[in-house]
Design a protein around this ligand. Structure first.
Ligand SMILES: [Cu+2]
Length: 129
């Protein structure tokens, strides 16, 4: 009898632990993650790019998404209002307000995906002389 009760409790505990794992795991995978960008992540571009284009693994919500551009020593480069590409709703586009000098640049992005999950990150690219 005692052993039976223990088995029941163990089974109930296992079920209680397993249910949240099943519920939350798919949501965790569904966040909008960086897929690729132009200028490319870690890449080098010839000449000053006119805009940042950042593609995510999921469609994103424009009003809660944006990107900041900085030089390697932390000086902010003004960017225009970020929009979601009407033709590709997983792509964030931000016009760059000035001609970039050769050097290393850092893009910091934050987005909210259509499933309302937040994610953020950063990457670098280089403008070649
Ligand atoms: Cu998500």
């Amino acid at each position: 009898m005692k052993k039976q009760r223990f088995t029941f409790i163990a089974a109930a505990l296992a079920a209680a632990l397993a249910v949240p794992a099943v519920l939350f795991a798919p949501a965790a995978w569904a966040h909008a993650m960086l897929d690729h960008a132009v200028p490319a992540v870690g890449g080098t571009t010839q000449g000053s790019p006119g805009e940042l284009r950042i593609a995510f693994t999921q469609n994103i919500v424009a009003s809660f998404s944006g990107a900041e551009l900085k030089t390697a020593d932390g000086a902010a480069i003004p960017t225009g209002k970020a929009i979601v590409d009407p033709a590709s709703p997983n792509v964030l586009r931000a016009p760059i307000g000035q001609k970039l000098k050769p050097g290393l640049y850092i893009v910091t992005w934050h987005v909210v995906s259509v499933d309302s999950h937040r994610s953020s990150g950063s990457y670098k690219f280089t403008v070649a002389p």
